[in-house]
Design a protein around this ligand. Structure first.
Ligand SMILES: [Zn+2]
Length: 135
């Protein structure tokens, strides 16, 4: 049985159904093969308020004490849309590190703002994890 989430277009904006896109990682637990897939799936997880997924895909070195609370607050207060991946470097199946530069819109208190990020990713136990926003 499919949920409504699975049938609808993926929040990451790929044009695919969520079940065929980020849902494979967020809902079905497949490990993303590339840093960009992880980045997109974390964006989708923010849109769907899947806090566990965001915490789980944060590199252990980057898990601050208040990570869960911070993630929850961000997910609940901001409405994300219009993800646009600007560039990626490394982050492929044979790489150990990767970088994804992206933009997205978020709505907070009725105002739309633009978020720009240079995310860095690193593998941990073979799986891609989010490390930080490198400015
Ligand atoms: Zn997606």
């Amino acid at each position: 049985m499919q949920t409504t989430d699975e049938r609808m277009a993926c929040p990451c904006g790929s044009g695919d159904r969520m079940a065929d896109c980020c849902g494979r990682f967020v809902d079905s637990g497949e490990p993303p093969e590339t840093a960009e897939q992880l980045m997109r799936s974390r964006f989708t997880a923010y849109c769907r308020k899947r806090i566990d997924y965001i915490v789980e895909t944060t590199h252990p070195d980057a898990r601050t004490k208040n990570l869960r609370g911070d993630v929850q607050e961000t997910a609940e207060q901001l409405t994300w849309s219009a993800l646009k991946v600007i560039s990626t470097s490394h982050g492929q199946t044979d790489d150990k590190i990767g970088k994804v530069i992206f933009e997205a819109n978020y709505e907070h208190d009725g105002k739309i703002e633009k978020h720009h990020e240079r995310s860095r990713f690193r593998r941990f136990e073979g799986k891609w994890k989010y490390l930080d926003d490198n400015g």
